[in-house]
Design a protein around this ligand. Sequence first.
Ligand SMILES: Cc1cc2nc3c(=O)[nH]c(=O)nc-3n(C[C@H](O)[C@H](O)[C@H](O)COP(=O)(O)OP(=O)(O)OC[C@H]3O[C@@H](n4cnc5c(N)ncnc54)[C@H](O)[C@@H]3O)c2cc1C
Length: 310
Amino acid sequence: MFDRLYRSAVLGVASRKPVEDLVRARAWSVAQRFVAGEQSTTAIQAVQDLARDGILGNLDLLGEFVNSPETANIFAEQVLALQTQAAAAGVAPYVSVKLSSVGQGLTVNGEDLGLHNARRIVAQAREYGGFVCLDMEDHPRVDVTLAQLRTLIGEFGREHVGSVLQSYLYRSEADRAALDDLRPNLRIVKGAYLEPETVAMPVKADVDAAYRRLVYSHLKAGNYTNIATHDPEIISDVKMFVLSHGIPRTQFEFQMLYGIRRDLQKKLAAEGFTVRAYIPYGRDWYAYFSRRIAERPANVMFVLRGMLKG
Ligand SMILES: Cc1cc2nc3c(=O)[nH]c(=O)nc-3n(C[C@H](O)[C@H](O)[C@H](O)COP(=O)(O)OP(=O)(O)OC[C@H]3O[C@@H](n4cnc5c(N)ncnc54)[C@H](O)[C@@H]3O)c2cc1C
């Protein structure tokens, strides 16, 4: 309950324009711990740096809901350019995309613009031997995102596109079962948005228990599973689970956010597990940064100290 109140308070304060202006002006040096610069070149460099520790990358051009087709198309072009740049640098592009940033919900020529742009991005990723993960946003977008996932897997194959389920949503276990016929590559997360109690579990212990159930059932069904958490207890339980169920290491990977639990990322990679860091970059870093801060009281102090240092 405290977690929810804390998250709600921090996100509430962070959403005020004067706070945003202040943090943008004074906290960029702190934000760079979580964000790999503002340009695609620095993000691709981050992938190459992590590769030295045996860690893979997942590039994310930061950006959320847009309300004009022009902005959505510009954003999609930037993702396409990122994939081309990554491929030219010898990195098979693995990108995450929020469909709201490429036009989901906007209809152009009778078609959802988000799906139209996602098709272009996934088609190009397939050409380069890459992969696109459709990030999961707030709960009103779940139905449409999963429907679009189904369409895209049908057109391009599950080797090139997957999505995310959030364990805090009551609906996610049913959603996972309903997708089973696709054998989809899914990332399991706890969930980062401030959701009403009518749709999301308010108690952390319930979210953690649902997280384990989602991961275990997706693995048991034989599907590729991305275990995206920094939670050391869950990670250790998953390691025991795969061992006791004879699940091969080629069927799952651990994923964490850039700059968070770097020690654990390196340790897992050194133990021979596949580890992938989610590498956000771009000028639109504020909303992402606020969510990371809202996850952990210690991070607020980290930001305040950084701002005082200037
Ligand atoms: C690769 C990846 C992709 C994601 N994609 C999505 C998505 O598409 N949609 C979505 O809603 N959410 C997404 N998330 C965010 C996710 O929903 C959680 O908000 C976030 O991962 C924090 O939860 P946790 O699983 O680490 O567990 P928590 O219960 O929050 O934390 C467990 C432990 O991890 C450590 N930890 C967690 N956060 C931090 C931090 N900020 N700083 C330092 N230590 C920390 C602490 O030791 C903590 O005790 C993603 C997360 C990851 C790792």
